[in-house]
Design a binder for this molecule. Structure first.
Ligand code: PLP
Length: 390
């Protein structure tokens, strides 16, 4: 089997399992307990926080561990917007891009539905990029927060985050970025990026599902979403997932080593794969930006097919990939991300995403490109009506 769905999730790395294991078994204490087992757990949690902070270029106190990317996004979007409006009732708008993950989009819609905020959506160009001009046009004196993702999960387009963050912050508006897909491939130095908040998720990086973190700069105001015992400096109550935090910190540290070289290597393989697919499949269209894209994502539309049928055919040939994002899979609706790029709904239904981890090889991708040619050919042959008028 060739696994080309790493943007959905990754297997847990052996080093990560080994690092977390002691905190599940022997050293199982509660970090809030005042005895030696509790102290050991608190020390492990502090160590994980420091390691995560090193990877994010921030102070340990600026890292909040969460149950994953979704919670980190919810905490940033709702938490910052609600806290800012509590301090100034005039701040009742949030700005997001048209290609956000549902964790950000739905958090903004919740603010609109239940808290009377207005949501301003910044459009993207045909490659999925947000321009500085488009963001500038969306900013208002009432804007409480801007949230624009670092890299898109469906088409891999990478946004000019440092420039967009500078623009928002010049108007005194906190800037959050969802870096769930960027982590492991792009620099995560929050100081260089100039962001106020940044979300990451462990299971995209070789840690288990169900853990993530939110970087929150210095005194950025935040209304917690989970109330209780005041853990995580009151930002996120609940007994901490010590083993999960250790796993996330270990995975973050591992992916940081040799990251630029690994990213360049995988980007080269990705480009060869894209070329092979475009050359081998008549009518195939690359979605997303041709160069400002994640090294790990190659995404296409194959007009005259349905994405789901191509997916099934590819799986029969031993290639595992996705017909869009894992969250949208199984839905009949065309992907809102592809629609935002101006892709016709009927074409958007033919989307297939291939996403790689760092272990992918040229031989695997050559085999996968052959499989794509065969799979698209057989789906088109099976149902010629799918070809449509063109
Ligand atoms: N944001 C992006 C861009 C993602 O791709 C994902 C997961 O697919 C998430 C957020 C949600 O992360 P998690 O699965 O950890 O909740």
């Amino acid at each position: 089997m060739i696994f080309l769905d790493a943007a959905a999730t990754t297997p847990v790395r052996r080093e990560v399992l080994e690092a977390m294991w002691p905190h599940l078994a022997g050293e199982f204490g509660n970090p809030s307990s005042h005895h030696s087992l509790g102290d050991a757990a608190a020390a492990a949690l502090a160590g994980a926080r420091s390691a995560a902070a090193r990877a994010l270029g921030c102070r340990p106190g600026e890292v909040t561990f969460t149950s994953g990317g979704t919670e980190a996004d919810n905490l940033a979007v709702k938490g910052i917007a609600l806290a800012r409006r509590a301090a100034d009732p005039g701040l009742d708008r949030v700005v997001i891009s048209a290609v956000e993950h549902p964790a950000v989009e739905e958090s903004a819609r919740y603010l609109e539905r239940s808290h009377g905020f207005a949501v301003d959506v910044v459009p993207v160009d045909a490659y999925g990029l947000v321009s500085e001009e488009a963001l500038a046009a969306a900013l208002r004196p009432e804007t409480a927060l801007v949230s624009i993702m670092y890299a898109n999960n469906e088409v891999g387009t990478v946004q000019p985050i440092a420039r967009l963050a500078t623009l928002a912050r010049a108007s005194g508006i906190p800037f959050h970025t969802d870096a769930v897909q960027a982590a492991g491939w792009l620099p995560l130095d929050t100081a260089a990026l100039g962001v106020d908040a940044l979300s990451i998720s462990g299971h995209k990086l070789g840690a288990p599902k169900g853990n993530g973190a939110l970087f929150l700069r210095g005194r950025t105001p935040l209304e917690p979403l989970i109330h209780g015992g005041g853990q995580e400096r009151g930002r996120r109550s609940g007994t901490e997932n010590v083993a999960g935090a250790v796993a996330l910190a270990t995975a973050l540290t591992l992916v940081r080593e040799g990251q630029p070289k690994r990213a360049a290597h995988v980007a080269g393989l990705r480009d060869d794969f894209i070329r092979s697919v475009l050359a081998g499949v008549p009518g195939a269209v690359l979605t997303g930006h041709p160069s400002s894209r994640l090294p790990s994502v190659a995404s296409f539309c194959f007009p005259g097919t349905s994405g789901e049928s191509v997916l099934l055919e590819l799986e029969r040939q031993g290639v595992i990939c996705s017909s869009g994002s894992a969250c949208a899979a199984g839905s009949d609706e065309p992907s809102p991300v592809l629609v935002a790029l101006g892709i016709e709904a009927a074409v958007a239904q033919t989307a297939v995403r291939f996403s790689f981890d760092a272990t992918v090889t040229a031989a695997e991708l050559a085999e996968a490109a052959d499989a794509v040619r065969t799979a698209v050919g057989s789906v088109r042959a099976l149902d010629p009506t799918l070809l449509g008028p063109n």
